[in-house]
Design a protein around this ligand. Structure first.
Ligand SMILES: *Cc1c(COP(=O)(O)O)cnc(C)c1O
Length: 416
């Protein structure tokens, strides 16, 4: 049986407890949305001053060299690589996850056209994050070559979806709604046995749990830096390409930043060797510079300890909800099995939207996802066991009192 005291004791024994003071989190707020927008690293304020006032203000155009702006995408990519089980030279930080997905998809399709000219199926999951499906649909529409998107759902398992027509398998490592976690190595191996290439979307795993891209023999991966990596709103995303694939094709967004010699100003595109060919145009330097602040903190944390704490916190969340909110129609949609669980917890409830708004008004910030889902991001770097206790306590009060049933909590905003 968990209590406020047992949670306080767990905090005292938490080897990661010190990380919280590296972030500026508003007093009184319990932030359970770090899987949508991470919190502010304290160093980001000074770094933004430096980038804007010194590097931009004083350095002006010289800063491309003197502040090493030009190398930011690869320098940050090399740092990030160690969190992804990847090597230096395999990752760039650039563009958005959606755009990087387009590049990865186009590249994977292109490689497969050489290996298996007749394959025309891209497999993904109906429950995948919508942009992933939209980007596949956009590429298919653009190619006009009879490609088809085949979706795994309750009527079609992964095993059933894979066959000799499949060129590419695109999955989210952790599902954005349920937190279902795929076994990356096993699924990649299965896809490879059918001759398909894999693209992993790491939006909800990078920085939240250990990722082992090379050990899993994965082919491509993309992901966000503004979620668990605390890079800041709209911070540039990343793309990883296995070294064995990097030089096999050009990605179609073949802008000058991906050119072998961008400043030769040649009229002919020649892709840079290696991962740099995945760059397109000039990068958002101010935003990108701040990615490093979150990354530096993440790199200090032991990934195994982080995973242990994430599971302990999500276990605690489940246990407390069952213990204290058992009379209410909340149903857990996140897997209980540790090996299949990412780092957030989701419950269905018929009034999930209004309850989410009431929680936010009580300074417990989670979010709502269609349909009827209360979603709570559990970021082990800066949340405590006591935070989870307090969050569930406020949830209990809202449910027991029915205080969620007010007009203002039913009103929908543009961004939910
Ligand atoms: C958050 C998220 C994205 C976001 O893509 P953007 O291009 O940054 O808007 C993509 N895929 C998944 C699975 C996500 O969870």
């Amino acid at each position: 049986m968990q209590s406020r005291e047992s949670c306080a004791l767990a905090d005292q024994q938490d080897p990661l407890a010190g990380f919280r003071q590296q972030f500026a989190i508003p007093e009184g707020v319990i932030y359970l949305d770090g899987n949508s927008l991470g919190v502010l690293p304290k160093t980001a304020l000074a770094r933004s001053q430096q980038v804007i006032a010194e590097e931009w203000g004083n350095g002006l155009i010289r800063s491309w060299n003197s502040a090493d702006w030009f190398a930011l995408p690869t320098r940050l990519g090399d740092k990030l690589a160690s969190l992804l089980g990847a090597a230096a030279g395999e990752v760039v930080v650039t563009d958005t996850t959606s755009l990087n997905l387009f590049k990865a998809l186009a590249a994977a399709v292109r490689i497969q056209q050489q290996a298996y000219p007749t394959r025309r199926v891209i497999v993904s999951e109906r429950d995948n994050f919508p942009t992933d499906l939209y980007m596949v649909q956009g590429l298919i529409e653009f190619l006009q070559q009879g490609y088809e998107l085949r979706l795994i759902d309750e009527n079609l398992s992964l095993e059933q979806a894979l066959d000799e027509d499949v060129a590419v398998l695109l999955l989210s490592h952790v599902n954005y709604r349920t937190a279902y976690l795929y076994d990356m190595a096993a699924v990649t191996d299965l896809a490879h046995r059918y001759g398909a290439l894999t693209i992993w979307d790491l939006a909800h795993s990078a920085g939240a749990l250990p990722v082992e891209l090379n050990a899993a023999q994965a082919d491509f991966a993309v992901g966000c830096t503004y979620k668990y990596l605390n890079g800041g709103p709209g911070a540039p995303a990343f793309i990883w390409v296995a070294a064995r694939h990097q030089d096999r094709f050009w990605q179609p967004l073949s802008g000058w930043w991906g050119h072998q010699q961008p400043f030769a100003m040649s009229s002919d595109y020649q892709p840079a060797a290696g991962i740099r060919r995945f760059l397109c145009g000039t990068q958002p330097i101010v935003s990108m510079a701040l990615v490093e602040c979150g990354l530096e903190i993440a790199l200090q944390a032991d990934q195994a300890l982080l995973r242990q704490k994430s599971l302990a916190l999500t276990d605690l969340f489940i246990e407390l909800v069952e213990q204290r909110c058992g009379a209410h129609p909340l149903s857990l949609i996140t897997p209980r099995e540790h090996a299949r669980r990412g780092s957030h917890i989701s419950f269905r409830h018929p009034q999930a939207y209004a309850i989410t708004q009431a929680l936010i008004a009580a300074e417990v910030i989670g979010d709502y996802r269609e349909p009827e889902v209360l979603r709570f991001g559990v970021t082990p770097l800066y949340l405590s066991y006591s935070d989870i206790w307090e969050a569930v306590e406020r949830l209990r009060q809202i449910l027991d009192s029915g205080s969620w049933d007010k007009p203002e909590f039913h009103r929908r905003s543009a961004v939910t």
